[in-house]
Design a protein around this ligand. Structure first.
Ligand code: DOR
Ligand code: ZN
Length: 343
């Protein structure tokens, strides 16, 4: 197959940042995806409906003329969030989910949840509102090996949450392990997962290819090949529990090429094309549409997109970097080639 036409996809996990940085990256996503779930880990985090509204307005104002891209806003769960905040979020009509970062797990997660058992009344309200809870599933316990943090989160926290809040819809975000795939598969239908293109295409060798590669550092960190194979198997399985979430996470070049470099890969410049590569390599392009364009919309209870897009097997060169406010941004595959193009 040298070309494929699919329903226009959505990105169910995207970091856009704000202001000049947001304006630098937004068009890449808007050219490809009809909608995206916008992560709330700004500084300060998006914890109120008012903050989400202001952020949404800035995104809409920055869209290229004629774009109908729809940002689906999220609220950042904190220890202090109350059920009334959740009800206000639901009533807004533009907040579509609540994001749970364990405090300290990743970029701008300092205000995250310190003890999820203290949030149960708020999580009940999330469930009653019919909104998904989006989970960054890694423990922050420094004694746990960084490559085991997702597996241990599933053992220590996620199993308990799923049992205790059986009517809460949960998306385990950017899964990276065979254990996460197995957990989600065997969980009830209210539990789903997003998978990034970089975790489908790369294993942890990419972090150390001939030297340390800061642009291949993200969280959860890339895992060994057996885990990549398990993720690919889930993505191409046709199961409605698995869907596209790029986790495209822009950071200025100097903050990644640094003695304490930031976590995150920028993939929005090829947000759907990279998935086409991964599905093509697996001989499963026929499963791309479900994963990229149907399963997420169905899980979020939103209509599937009316438009279609066409992807072609036509390589294109990736720039070394992009303008990013006053800085530069290094995309995945910088200076290399991507095998699929979008018409
Ligand atoms: O690599 C990551 N970057 N993982 C995250 O969870 C956050 C993200 C970011 O915001 O930079
Ligand atoms: Zn993310």
């Amino acid at each position: 197959m040298d070309s494929i036409s699919i329903t226009q996809p959505d990105d169910w996990h995207l970091h856009l940042r704000d202001d000049d940085y947001m304006r630098a990256v937004l068009a890449h996503s808007a050219q490809r995806f009809a909608r995206a779930v916008i992560m709330p880990n700004l500084k300060p985090p998006v914890t109120t409906v008012e903050a989400a509204q202001g952020y949404r307005d800035r995104i809409l104002a920055a869209l290229p003329a004629g774009s109908s891209f729809e940002p689906l806003m999220t609220l950042y769960l904190t220890d202090n969030m109350r059920p009334a905040h959740i009800r206000a979020a639901r009533a807004s009509g533009f907040v579509h989910a609540v994001k749970y970062y364990p405090a300290g797990a990743t970029t701008n997660s300092d205000s995250g949840v310190t003890d999820i058992t203290r949030c149960f009344d708020t999580l009940e309200a999330v469930a009653d509102a019919g909104m998904p809870l989006l989970i960054h599933g890694e423990v922050t316990d420094p004694s746990v090996d960084v490559f085991d943090r997702e597996r241990v989160f599933i053992e220590r926290t996620l199993g308990m949450l799923v049992q205790r809040l059986s009517h809460l819809r949960i998306v385990l975000e950017h899964i990276t392990t065979a254990e996460a795939v197995a957990f989600v598969r065997s969980a009830p239908d209210n539990v789903a997962a997003t998978i990034t293109a970089h975790h489908l295409l790369l294993n942890r060798n990419a972090i150390f290819q001939g030297g340390v590669r800061p642009h291949h550092y993200c969280l959860p960190v890339l895992k060994r090949e057996t885990h990549r194979q398990a993720l690919l198997g889930a993505a191409i399985s046709g199961s409605p529990k698995f869907f596209l979430g790029t986790d495209s996470a822009p950071h200025a070049r100097h903050t990644k090429e640094n003695d304490c470099g930031c976590a995150g890969m920028y993939t929005a410049h090829a947000g759907i094309e990279l998935y086409a590569e991964a599905f093509d390599q697996a001989g499963a392009l026929n499963r791309l549409e479900g994963f990229a364009s149907h399963h997420g919309a169905d899980f979020y209870r939103l209509p599937r997109n009316p438009r279609r897009i066409t992807l072609r097997r036509r390589p294109w060169p990736v720039p070394q970097d992009f303008a990013y406010g006053e800085h530069r941004l290094v995309p995945l595959r910088a200076g290399g080639e991507i095998g699929w193009s979008i018409d």
